[in-house]
Design a protein. Sequence first.
Length: 457
Amino acid sequence: MNHMGIRSINTPNLNPLRAKIKAGEHEIPAWPQMSLQFRQAGLNWLSVCHRTIMSQRRTYYFDNNATTRIAPEVLEAMLPFLREWWGNPSSAYGFGKQVSKHLEDARTKVAALINADPKEIVFTSCGTESNNSAIESALATQPAKRHVLTTAVEHSAVIKHGEVLQKRGCQVTFLPVDADGALDLHLLDKSIRPDTAIVSVMWANNETGVVFPIEEIAAICRGKNVLFHTDATQAPGKMKIDVHGLGVDFLTLSAHKLHAPKGVGLLYVKRRVKYQPYLIGGHQERGKRGGTENVAGIIGFGRAAELAEAHLEDENTRVRGLRDRLENTILSTIPNTIRTGAKEPRLPNTSNIAFESVEAEAILHQLDQLGICVSSGSACTTGSLDPSHVLTAMGMKPARARGCVRISLGIYNTDEEVDYFLKHIPRVIGKLREDSPLHPGTARVTPAAHAEPAAKV
Ligand code: PLP
């Protein structure tokens, strides 16, 4: 493995050969023999070359809204709970109790990150589970209320769940947004009904970074005595989270968005809010979530929560500066590019840019060849060619939405990485436009020549 954890040419089949060469015990074979040996190892020259290049290539990671690198401090904190302290925290003997104590310490740390009481934290397996759990609980504890109010730009963990609820006979309203990705709070207020069980509105959008006024929405819900949940998955480390100041009943976080491992999340459940567990099983999490806790993951989450406080400053100054330099340079030097969504309020690390007349999938592929990781606004992960539901909800035409690329930076990005990105992106776009049947002219066309009116540049 190289430092990025990418498997190198050292396959088990070839290792003995390499070890012998290193030790001088093996004469380097002539090319035909070498070729034969690779063939015997199930490899061909092309794949060997490809794997060699892949293993030595540096990764320029600009997809921090998808997931984040585990911080070394987090990994360090976790390791003892994979090696030595592997007991079950629910066990009655000392070995288990010790683990339980550390788990509770981690609970205190994540609670501190959001200014909650540790008793208000329910550890889950991910942000998706937390979102599903909050909405299901609101419906289960208020059987007479069958309406859920949410927005058209939520993460699929809420949108798809809402669609399933509709099939189950619930009514779900997906509030529209404007071209900037903003919500009409007056409309939200009017859409709350006597049978609304819960309002669920994300804090920051994972595709555009657009931030919703959660405090105001929570106040509207409180005024109408309706439960309010916010999916704050993209917020930690970038925005200060204070559940009391926000006035929310439920709040979702996911550890892998803040430099902790995948497979851990939390749901904040405000004290005295009725809660029905989503996963039924043992008495873990004070009866609020069955299933043995992911101890090492939770320990990592706790350590990451401590670090997130410290990262706030860096994300809002240095990382914001890198994002702005990247975005402004692209918008000012590459013709027919448009920022997607409001400039502010927005996450400091996120930029979503529409490249006219180019498919985002093609851009992603070209950048991938250069070791640059970004993502598209479209549902690329499912292999679907449908444009992103977030961008279409913002009124964007499918052709433009298919050309949107999300660039999300993080604390490990450097000036030099931004330079590398900016060095390559004009050529990538220019070349793709030259070859694109979507492009009426060439990369040299002026911005006004065929662009739709800008949403917000
Ligand atoms: N909500 C938002 C806003 C997200 O960005 C994500 C992940 O991308 C999720 C929920 C789902 O989180 P998880 O991957 O932990 O299930």
